[in-house]
Each structure stands twice: as C-alpha cells, then as structure tokens.
Ligand binder design. Structure first.
Ligand code: SF4
Length: 726
C-alpha cells in the first residue's frame, strides 16, 4: 500500500476517533454515563463492536470502553523510512475508524438525528434476513456500495442501472464537495428504496457504517459465529458476503479511513480516482483490494470481476432493461400508460400443462387490440394463458410455474404486476411504452424466463394474451374451475401419503450446518419452498440444494423421526446434527438458519407457545423482541423450545403435533393472527376447539407473561390443562 493512501487512512481514523470522543463526552455530560445507546430493531447492540470486539454496548459508559479499545488500534504515523507496514497500519486504522463511526451514528440516534431525510438509517435485523434470503436464492447477486458522487446525474443513473441490470443491491451515499450521489439519482428520476434494490444510506461518509455493520451481522445471524470471534466474522464477510465499494469523485482522510475499514472486513474498493492500486492476497476474496477504473461505463464490470461475483443475466428480447432489481419498482398512476385488471377491468392469468403436439414453442398470440390501439390512461381487460409441455412436466408443477408470472413480469423495467389467478393487476409505464414495450412482450418474457429457469421440466411454451372483454370474461370460469381442482388436490397431500421428503440446503451458503426438511405438511422455514417447490427444484437441478430423502424406517411416528431423515441430516450438517424430529419443538427440533418467517417459542409460564413473525417489532411474553429471539435461534443449530418456521406451517395439521399442536398457541401478534385468521379458524374447528382462535392472546391483550397466564385462565385456554411441555 502506498504511503499516501496509508497516511490518509491513519489521519482519517484519528479525526473520526477525536470526533467520536468529543461527542461521547458531551453526551455523558448531558445524559449521564448510564444513558442507553443502541440502534433500532437489532439483537446485536452496536454490531461492529459486538462482532469484532465481543462487546455488548448498551450504555454510554460501554461505548466509552469500546472507544478506548479502538484507540489502541491506531498506529503512530510511521517515520519516512518505516512505511513498510503500511497495509497493516492502514487496516488497523480502518477498524478503529469504523468502530468510532458506529458510536457516532448510535449517538445520533440518541439525539434523534437519525435517520437522515430520505434515508432509512440503520438496517434492522428484519431487513438483513429478508435480503439474506434473496442472496441465497440468487435474486440478489451482490451488494455494491457507492460512496461519493458521479461526474453528473446522468452518469450516476447509468452506473446504478448497470448494477440493477446485474441484480446487484446498490447502497448509495456520501458526498464530494457538497454533492451526493443520492441527490444525483433523485435528479435523474431514479426510484430508490429496498424494493428497487437501490437504498440510500446517508449523505456523509460515516453513514457507510450502516452498510458495514449490516454485512458483519450476516456472520452473526447466518453464520452462527460467536460475537468477538473477529477472525471468523471477517473471514465470513470476505468469503460469503459478495460486496464491494465504488469510491467515486474524491477522497479525503475520513473516506480513506472508512475505506480501510471496509478493506479490513474483506470488502474491495474500486475507484474512478487516480489512486495507487493495492493488490495483496488474503485481504479480500481476491488480490484486488483497491482498483482503479476511470471509465464509468466499465467500472461496474471491473467491480464484479474484482469481487468475483457470478452474474446470471437472462437474455429477454424486450426493449426495456430486465432484471430482478426492477422487481419492486412500482408504476405509479402518474407514470402509467395503460393498466389491466386490479379493480379496473376483468383479468386473469393461468398456466396449464398441454400435450407436446398442442404447444408450438415460442408462439405468442395477442388476441385483441395491441398497445398501439390503447390510449394513455386506459384500463383494459387482460387474460394471460400460458401453455407448457415437457417430458418431465407434471400438473403438480402448474401452480409453481404460474406463480413465476408475477416475478418475471416485474423484472421488466416499467412493468408492474400484482396478485395472481383472477386477481391480477398489471401496469405498463409511459417510459416503457415510449421505449417500444408492447403486450406481445409479456409473452416474450414468459417464454424466455420459463425456458431459462425451468428448462429442465419445460420443453415448449406458448402464450395467448386476450385483451377483449368478451374473451376474458368467457375464459375466467374455466381458469377458476382449474384453480379449485388444483387447491383440492394439494390440500389432500399429507406426509403419510409420500415416502420421500425433500431437503433444502440453499441457506448453507450462509448457515453452513443448516438443513431444512421439507414435507408436504411442513414447508421450508423461509416460507418459499413447499414440498412441490422442492420437488420441482430437484427436477430442474438434480445436484442442487433440494435432494429427495427417502424417509426409511420409522423410529418415532408421533415425533416425526425416520432413519433416512436422520442419516441425511447428519451427513449434510457436517455431522453436527445426528437426530432431527419433524414434528417437535422440544426434542431435537429442526435447525434454523436465520431466514425464518416466524419463531415459535415456549412460554413456560403458560404451558404453551407463542408465535412471533419477523415484521412484529414489539415486546413478546417471552421477554424478548423478535430480533433478540432470532439471534438465539439462527445459525444452523438446534435450540429446543425455539423454532424458526414458515407462516403456513402454523396452520398445518403437523404444526408441533408431537407437543400438542395448535392448542399450544397462547399468543401471537395481531397482524399475524389476522393474516392467518381464515386458516386458523378452520383448523380450530378441525381439532374440536372452535373458539380457540378468540382465546389466543395478542399484544393488545398483553405482552407480559404473568398477565398472559391470568388472561388464559380467564378465557379457559386449553394449553393450561395439557400435559407439561417440559
Ligand atoms: S427452505 Fe430452508 S434452506 Fe431453503 S431457502 Fe428456505 S430457509 Fe433456506
């Protein structure tokens, strides 16, 4: 590393440390050393200090201790002739700087100065988990952090569009000479937000710490690494978090120190500045640590190569950009050219399997007016019928492929899709229309993507798109009757009706010892993989993360223990888990990776369990918020009494059936209870406890365990008279 760069890093770290010290001193004077400090919705306190130093910073006094430790990391500025330790000095300074920056940001929260305007501020554990799932399933191929400013708004938008096209989550912030990339993107009309994979983190350099403490939490959350195991945390980020920094427009000492912090965490930096490059093995995933690229059209590609990110971009013959990064972009009314369905016109979408000779591969028929015959602002009927044929295709796969229509159409920039079946809603933006997007292109997208992602089961695809009201209305009853028979068929599937379950080990990229066992009556804990999904995924990629597991000899039918399942779990958990029950919370429960939609946790006082969903940020009768519970459950380990689950498992007949099932639920957040109300009420009737639904408490009743027991006694909840859970 050059003397100039290392010198800037050391000086920058001193500046940040001094700032942090002064702010902390002021806060202690004004609020007292026992005043609480922290970030919202995390179980990891100040995550960098927690991961790298093993400290649980809860008060200003704790922060003071962390700052003292950070100070010891800053080296003296070496003399002219002793600049051979540049790299080590630079990286240590970086660690000190980001620890101090984290304290500054936490102090800002204490004073109500965060989040900054238009920026979400600290990324909660919930956001971390949601994005973790997308990294695992490939919707996000990497994380790009842009710090500074582009030469102009147009270039800023072009760089970000380039990242979006490659499915890279882009976090933007910082500024140079008072100009921030955030404002350049706003000026260029780019939609920002988590749903469009472009998230502003703050207009000053130190806000980049939100990105770094987000990355390091992946090690604690998904990797199951213990706080304070600095090397393991950094190794995890370097090897498993595909992130890089684009440093644009200028560098000062604070940026240099913060950049050094990123490097110390294994995140390479690519810059348009004329800085001496740093190429050293062992710091980042490859030898590229600090790399230059002055051509903004090539800088994204350079970053991808430097970080070694594998990108899969589908070639879809449409006139607008196409990638998962556009999935969450909405088309607002003011930007809309034409819309279909929703509450505005009749619409449906339906995918069906046909015989091979009934499908002409690649054929698209638009039956009715094309977009050229529609006026701006029109609401038009729409029927999308996708017909597929394939030797390995099965009617069971129809709903899985049909569900992809939503995802695939949203990938097109300027196309918005919501809902499914006969409750779909599609909008095409003025911009997409201007670029030449037509109704016909809906067919192009579906054909290209079904071949691309489901080529192993789909040999031929044809699409018919109806835009005349009479046709759409005539076809809706036929589609509806297929939906009904499909639902009946799926409802009849039980664990007993199959001899094979499926594994899912996709999350091993984050939680190396975790194995999900997916059965017809228990979906994967992220909620994304049902038994049929896993079966289809296995057909598509026979050597992938979804493998068939012959249940084999029954060891305990009630608890759900089979020889074949145990052997598979043992072999695939690196021999960490030797027994797994499929239906018990208390005995050898399934491992949890960190992606769970909900946590089931024992409430001993009530002889029952509570279920809390990750969207719920309040207190629970277990005395822990979701984020704290999640930190004890995840990481691929078994935690008797605690279990990560998918939402729909709660209404399965096999829901902790060995421990008493649904009748054990004593508390759940109101939102979750309401979202599952119809299914829950049906299950309550099935188990002969028709009024159980009303007896389950929520946060409007209490979040205190003792008061919960009083309530349960008052309403006569069955859990109180069931056999003891422990
Ligand atoms: S099913 Fe399990 S392993 Fe697979 S993606 Fe979901 S949580 Fe991860």
């Amino acid at each position: 590393m050059s003397k100039v760069v290392a010198g800037l890093m050391v000086k920058g770290a001193r500046v940040v440390l001094d700032d942090a010290e002064a702010l902390l001193k002021k806060a202690i004077n004004e609020k007292g050393s026992i005043a609480k400090i922290g970030f919202p919705e995390t179980a990891f306190y100040l995550p960098l200090a927690n991961a790298l130093l093993g400290l649980e910073i809860k008060t200003l006094a704790d922060a003071d201790k962390a700052l003292s430790t950070a100070k010891t990391l800053i080296p003296a500025i070496p003399s002219e002739e002793k600049w051979d330790t540049y790299l080590k000095d630079g990286l240590n300074s970086g660690v000190a700087a980001i620890l101090a920056e984290e304290i500054i940001c936490a102090l800002r929260y204490l004073y109500g100065e965060e989040p900054q305007p238009d920026c979400p501020g600290f990324f909660s554990d919930t956001i971390l988990r949601a994005l973790g799932i997308q990294l695992v399933d490939g919707r996000i191929s990497g994380i790009g952090v842009i710090l500074g400013k582009a030469p102009d708004a147009k270039t800023a938008v072009e760089i970000v569009r380039d990242l979006q096209k490659r499915n890279i989550l882009t976090l933007v912030g910082g500024s140079v000479d008072g100009v921030s990339i955030i404002d350049q993107l706003k000026e260029g009309g780019l939609q920002m937000g988590l749903e469009s994979y472009v998230v502003p983190f703050g207009r000053d350099t130190i806000s980049v710490v939100y990105v770094l403490n987000f990355a390091i939490r992946a090690a604690l959350t998904f990797g199951g690494i213990k706080a304070g195991n600095t090397k393991a945390c950094v190794d995890y980020v370097r090897e498993r978090v595909p992130a890089f920094v684009l440093l644009l427009g200028g560098v000062d000492e604070v940026k240099a120190a913060t950049g050094a912090g990123a490097l110390a965490a294994g995140v390479p930096i690519i810059t348009d500045l004329d800085l001496p490059e740093v190429r050293v093995p062992g710091v980042c995933a490859h030898e590229e640590c600090l790399v230059k690229e002055s051509d903004h059209k090539k800088i994204v590609q350079k970053a991808i190569e430097a970080r070694g990110i594998k990108i899969k971009v589908a070639k879809v013959p449409i006139p607008v950009p196409f990638s998962a990064a556009f999935e969450g972009e909405r088309v607002r009314k003011a930007d809309m050219y034409v819309q279909f369905g929703g509450k505005y016109s009749p619409a449906f979408e339906y995918l069906k399997m046909k015989k091979s000779d009934e499908v002409e591969d690649g054929h698209i028929d638009v039956i009715g007016p094309e977009i050229d015959l529609m006026k701006e602002g029109d609401s038009v009927p729409l029927g999308i019928v996708v017909e597929v044929a394939g030797r390995k295709m099965s009617v069971d796969f129809e709903p899985i492929l049909e569900r992809q229509i939503h995802k695939f159409l949203n990938y097109a920039m300027g196309v918005f899709h919501m809902g499914q079946r006969d409750m779909n809603w599609v909008r095409i933006s003025k911009e997409a229309h201007k670029a030449g997007f037509k109704i016909h292109h809906i067919g192009e997208i579906l054909i290209a993507k079904l071949h691309d992602e489901y080529g192993a089961i789909v040999d031929k695809v044809q699409v018919k798109i109806y835009t005349k009201e009479a046709d759409v209305k005539k076809l809706i009853p036929e589609a509806k009757s297929s939906f009904d028979s499909r639902d009946e068929r799926l409802a009849g599937m039980t664990d007993e009706s199959v001899d094979t379950f499926y594994s899912c080990t996709l999350c091993q990229s984050f939680a190396p010892d975790h194995v999900c066992i997916v059965s017809p009556e228990r979906l994967g804990l992220c909620g994304a993989y049902s038994w049929l999904d896993a079966k289809a995924a296995h057909e598509i990629t026979p050597t992938g993360g979804n493998q068939p597991i012959k249940k084999g000899k029954v060891i305990d039918e009630k608890k759900g223990i089979w020889e074949g399942v145990n052997k598979f779990v043992y072999d695939n958990s690196h021999q960490k888990t030797s027994e797994m029950t499929v239906y018990s919370l208390m005995e050898s429960p399934m491992t949890s990776c960190g992606c769970f939609e909900c946590i089931v946790a024992i409430v001993p006082e009530a002889n029952g369990v509570m279920v809390v969903n990750r969207e719920y940020s309040g207190e629970t009768p277990a005395g822990m918020k979701f984020t704290t519970l999640a930190s004890t459950v995840g990481g691929g380990s078994q935690t008797p009494g605690f279990l990560g689950v998918g939402r729909l498992y709660i209404t399965s007949k096999k829901f902790i059936s060995s421990d008493g099932g649904l009748a054990r639920i004593v508390w759940m957040p109101k939102e979750l209870k309401e979202a599952l109300a119809d299914r829950l009420k049906k299950r309550c009737v099935e188990i002969g406890q028709g009024d159980l639904f009303e007896r389950i408490a929520d946060e409007t009743v209490t979040t205190d365990a003792a008061k919960l027991v009083e309530y349960l006694q008052k309403v006569g909840h069955p859990a109180l008279s069931m056999p003891p859970m422990m």
